[in-house]
Design a protein around this ligand. Structure first.
Ligand SMILES: NC(=O)c1ccc[n+]([C@@H]2O[C@H](COP(=O)([O-])OP(=O)(O)OC[C@H]3O[C@@H](n4cnc5c(N)ncnc54)[C@H](OP(=O)(O)O)[C@@H]3O)[C@@H](O)[C@H]2O)c1
Length: 287
């Protein structure tokens, strides 16, 4: 087995998220290293993607999912990256295959992933970057991170038709599912792609078939960072390293908009649950 007892020390940070055992993204210092693990050493500053349970002072992480921090990347920033950055990169590039000049529509544009996607799409030479959010403060946030225009959830399809003269967009990135996903499919241009990466709306799993896809040559894809971590950790690692370069070269910044001690994690969840958070929230395990 290739497991490392990589244990983040108590001065690490945790990013708030909502899996079954909360906490997927962590950063800290390596406390111990398992047998046959190479390239990691005690005391090294790292970030890691774990299978939940990251709301803790010490976590166990698989070696392949532990990323030594390059020079210039601090622990605080690093805690925001392990899921958001590779996911955003895959949505724009590996799965979404955005080409220069194309248009993209991003749901949850003011969230952690949306904030990174806006900047990556802009850097990829997108012709137009459209966001969808639920309120004014979120719209203001998204407009600072690469978005040209930001629409509201209840009218985004009409807005897309209006601003594209009825053509639609080349790429839709959807973490919501259900009716939102179906409406997104309807605003895809000819040969457009939709990438599903979440089901925040809690609807039944989506299905798309001939009726939706054939007439205009549309396609639907998906991206699951945790499943990729299990099925193909080397591909995820290579993806993460590619994505990390965009932070190191200044293409992407991930703003930490609020920081809480771990004991106040419930407050972080209230912000997320109330749909009022933007960017990334951090949980701190020491004062
Ligand atoms: N597939 C993957 O590999 C992968 C990896 C990481 C995260 N995700 C998923 O991607 C989504 C975004 O992640 P994130 O880190 O950006 O999260 P985040 O910072 O909490 O942002 C999530 C955004 O989703 C929007 N949203 C739309 N409908 C929602 C609903 N019914 N309930 C709650 N939020 C809703 C919210 O924006 P508005 O209020 O403006 O609509 C919110 O800003 C999450 O659903 C997460 O589970 C998927």
């Amino acid at each position: 087995m290739n497991f490392a007892d990589v244990k983040a020390r108590a001065d690490g940070y945790r990013v708030a998220s909502l899996p079954h055992r909360p906490g997927l993204e962590v950063s800290g210092r390596v406390r111990a290293v398992g047998e046959r693990v190479e390239g990691l050493r005690v005391g090294q500053e790292v970030a890691a993607l774990v299978d939940g349970g990251g709301y803790a002072e010490v976590v166990l992480a698989e070696a392949a999912r532990v990323l030594p921090l390059p020079a210039g990347l601090d622990l605080r920033t690093a805690a925001t990256l392990p899921t958001v950055l590779p996911t955003a990169h895959a949505l724009v590039h590996e799965v979404g295959r955005l080409r220069a000049g194309e248009s993209v529509l991003v749901h949850g544009a003011a969230g952690g992933i949306g904030t990174a996607v806006g900047q990556l799409a802009r850097a990829a030479g997108a012709g137009a970057v459209f966001g969808v959010v639920s309120g004014d403060a979120k719209a203001a946030h998204a407009l600072k991170y690469g978005y040209d225009e930001v629409f509201r959830s209840d009218t985004f399809d009409a807005d897309v038709r209006r601003v594209t003269g009825g053509r639609g967009v080349d790429l839709v990135l959807d973490p919501v599912g259900g009716g939102t996903l179906r409406r997104g499919l309807e605003v895809l241009a000819v040969f457009g792609r939709l990438v599903s990466f979440g089901n925040a709306g809690g609807a039944e799993p989506w299905h798309a078939g001939q009726a939706e896809l054939y007439p205009r040559g549309r396609s639907v894809g998906g991206f699951p960072v945790l499943a990729l971590a299990r099925s193909s950790p080397d591909d995820l690692r290579a993806l993460t390293e590619r994505a990390l370069r965009t932070v190191l070269d200044g293409t992407v910044t991930l703003p930490v908009t609020a920081e809480f001690p771990l004991s106040d994690a419930a407050d972080a969840h209230r912000l997320i649950g109330g749909r009022t958070s933007t960017g990334k929230l951090l949980l701190r395990t020491t004062d």
